[in-house]
Design a protein around this ligand. Structure first.
Ligand code: SF4
Length: 508
């Protein structure tokens, strides 16, 4: 069973202190995916959900998190409130591993917020798992946050000088401490005041004993949507989630995106909203459309499936090649590959099959063989590849090592030629807004020409989607502004870690 952390749960002693001193024995099982990564994909840090007004709010939050599991697989948590108490349970592992029926039964109340997270393992990771529950001068507050703050150092130091005691090393707690130390008269004013002081990416949901709040940063980096549904008694229920695919599982209706710089409050008086910041140009994460979000989600006013289809079509127009078959690197390359194949008039085939059942209980073989991690998860369909000129479609090359293994695998299955096409531009800069990226010196495209990368991955040809092509693929009447910093190095916020963005050569 996953190790759990209980806070404010009726009849269960809080474990926060034991974890903080590091005395708790860890029962964590190493994740085989970290031992044998299928690819050097970038990791999203989180997904968030909130439910207001459902008699089984914890269960609804659980279902929503289940739909957002792709946004983080290392830890998950749910906090609930019943008007008087605010209980919080979080643990390391997948949502379904942590929240059994017994655990959900310990979370009463008609309000819930939830979080799923990618992080490193260890007890400190469990303490930093979310929601974070803080007993502040403004009362009990639980917060769940997707994104990353970028002016952390200044704010944290200022708060500590003002007497703030931090329970975690998570930047999300800074938001709660700012609220606690705000001189604003009402809680909603304190939240607005606090959010306007921080910079970076934050799509957050917060809960007190009787209210739920949802907000996005002024740039609108990460997605956050609002939906509605009816309770079994016919009452209105308001839900929030990082992606609209979570609403489908609840049978909730998508209402709208939370706007950049907007703070929404849900209480017994209904839904109220205010803009706590305005005038900041929107810079929503374009990589959500390329890779992170599920294709069945609608984010930033647009279906992800449509964006990826357009990326594939544009890629075919920009860098078509004579070939017999188009093969996606599953799963994230599938939609772009379908668009590419249709545009190029080349048959689409599932020439690589992904094993979805490589779970956390995988037992490491006595002796690891070369490329074992990739072969554990992907297997070529030899009769589709043998003697063929193959166009392989993927959504990114980060370090290049995994792409090389996949190219070798396809060639090893008898392909005559392997042409790799990537549905976004080369990744040349790290992300500071909630995506776990290697440093610039580890990004293969930051330090090598496209032909050098081609040689490294051993492909017959290699092409990326152009920046203009990517922007055209996500452009529509909504006129959303996008962050493209990992492809351009142009960061939309003022503060970034300069060391990290220096050209690799200069940093040596
Ligand atoms: S740097 Fe890249 S991954 Fe990060 S927010 Fe911008 S587009 Fe998204």
């Amino acid at each position: 069973m996953s190790r759990l952390l209980f806070q404010g749960v009726p009849g269960v002693a809080d474990e926060s202190d034991r974890l903080r001193t590091g005395s708790a024995a860890s029962s964590l099982i190493p994740d085989p995916c970290s031992l044998f990564p299928v690819s050097d994909k970038l990791h999203e840090e989180c997904g968030v959900v909130a439910i207001y007004g459902h008699p089984h709010a914890a269960r609804e939050a659980y279902l929503s998190l289940y739909a957002l599991q792709h946004r983080g697989q290392e830890s998950a948590g749910i906090a609930t409130a019943d008007g008087h108490h605010l209980a919080n349970i979080k643990g390391m592992g997948l949502v379904s591993e942590i929240f059994t029926d017994d655990v959900l039964a310990k979370l009463p109340g008609r309000m819930a917020i939830g979080h799923t997270r990618y992080s490193t393992t260890g007890d400190s990771a469990l303490l930093n798992a979310q929601p974070i529950r803080v007993d502040s001068t403004k009362g009990l507050i639980a917060i769940a946050h997707n994104g990353n703050l970028v002016n952390l150092g200044n704010v944290r130091a200022r708060l500590e000088r003002a007497g703030a005691y931090f329970q975690t090393t998570s930047d999300s707690e800074i938001i709660v401490q700012l609220i606690a130390h705000s001189s604003a008269g009402s809680l909603v004013d304190a939240i607005a005041d606090s959010l306007s002081q921080i910079e970076g990416a934050f799509s957050i949901v917060m809960m007190t004993r009787d209210r739920i709040f949802a907000a996005r940063d002024p740039h609108g980096f990460r997605p956050l949507s609002m939906g509605r549904m009816k309770s079994p008694e016919g009452n209105d229920i308001v839900v929030f989630a990082s992606e609209s695919c979570a609403f489908d599982l609840l049978r909730a209706e998508f209402v709208r995106d939370i706007l950049p710089g907007e703070l929404v409050m849900v209480s017994e008086d209904g839904v109220t909203s205010r803009q706590y910041a305005s005038g900041t140009p929107q810079s929503s994460c374009i990589f959500e459309h390329v890779y992170f979000a599920r294709p069945d989600s609608r984010i930033f006013g647009r279906w992800v499936q449509e964006s990826r289809d357009q990326m594939g079509r544009q890629l075919a127009r920009e860098s078509g090649v004579a070939a017999d078959v188009v093969v996606p690197v599953p799963d994230s390359g599938v939609t772009a590959a379908l668009g590419y194949a249709e545009e190029a008039g080349i048959p689409f085939r599932f020439g690589l099959i992904r094993n979805h059942y490589v779970g956390r209980t995988f037992i490491e073989p006595e002796q690891r063989v070369r490329d074992f991690g990739v072969r554990l998860k992907l297997n070529p369909v030899r009769n589709l590849l043998e003697g063929k000129r193959v166009v392989l479609i993927d959504d990114s090359i980060i370090r290049g090592t995994t792409s090389r293994k996949i190219v070798r695998m396809v060639r090893g299955a008898g392909a005559k030629e392997v042409h790799l096409r990537i549905s976004c531009p080369p990744t040349i800069s790290p992300c500071f807004y909630g995506v776990d990226t290697p440093s610039k010196r580890e990004l293969i495209a930051a330090n090598n020409s496209i032909d050098e990368i081609r040689q490294f991955i051993e492909a017959d040809s290699l092409a990326y989607l152009s920046m203009e092509g990517l922007l055209n693929s996500v452009r529509d009447e909504n006129q959303v502004g996008y962050c493209t910093a990992c492809y351009t190095g142009n960061y939309p916020t003022k503060w970034v870690d300069v060391e990290e963005i220096l050209p690799a050569a200069a940093a040596v």
